[in-house]
Design a protein. Sequence first.
Length: 199
Amino acid sequence: RRLILATRNAGKVTELRAILETADLDVDLVGADAYPEIPDVKETGVTFAENALLKAHALARATGHPAVADDSGLCVDVLGGAPGIFSARWSGTHGDDQANLVLLLAQLSDIADEHRAAHFFCAAALALPDGTERVVEGKLEGTLRHTPSGTGGFGYDPILQPLGHTRTCAELPPAEKNAISHRGRAFRALAPVVRELLG
Ligand code: ITT
Ligand code: NA
C-alpha cells in the first residue's frame, strides 16, 4: 500500500523516510513530489496540529491514499514561543532556512546563555481518504548557540544544542538526531497508529 508523505520540505522527507523505515511498516512511502499537480496546502491553522492535519487531509483527499504530514518549528522561550508555526517563513521568504536562522540570531544577539532555552516541536498527522484522522506530537528541548555550527540536518539545526549534549543538531549524525528529535518521537508514536488503521 501507498503512504503519501505530505511534505515538500526535502530535509523532512529524508528524515521521515529514515524514521518510518526503522518502524518497519508494510507500505511504499511516496513523496508529494510524485503529485506535482496537487497545489501547496495553505497553512491557515493556528497550531502545529491543525496545520499537520490540513496537509495530511489535503493529500489524502487528492490522491485517494493515506497520507502523513509534519508541521514543525522552533519555539524560543524569550520570544514567547516564536517563531513557532512561522518558523519556515520567519524572514519573510518561505523555506529560506539560511535567512530565517540569520534573522533569529540577530534578534537574540543580546540574550545571554542562561536565557536561550528553546525547543523544536513536531505534530505528526495521519489522514485517510475517508476522513479518519490522528495526530501526535513530539518535542526536543535545548539551548540556542550564538553562532551556527555543523552541516547536517536543515533549518535551525546549526543553532539548537539539545539538553545533555555538547553538539548542535547539525553536528549529530542523522541517526542520532532522529533518535532524540521532535520528529523522531512524533513519527515513532504515529507508526503503530498507521499499522493499526492501514492494517
Ligand atoms: P511542508 O509544509 O511542505 O512540510 P515546510 O518547510 O513549509 O514544509 P513547516 O511549515 O512545518 O514545513 O515548517 C518547518 C520549519 O521549522 C522548517 O522550515 C525549519 O525552519 C523548522 N524546523 C522544523 N523541523 C526542524 C528540524 O528538525 N531542524 C531544524 N529546523 C526545523
Ligand atoms: Na507550518
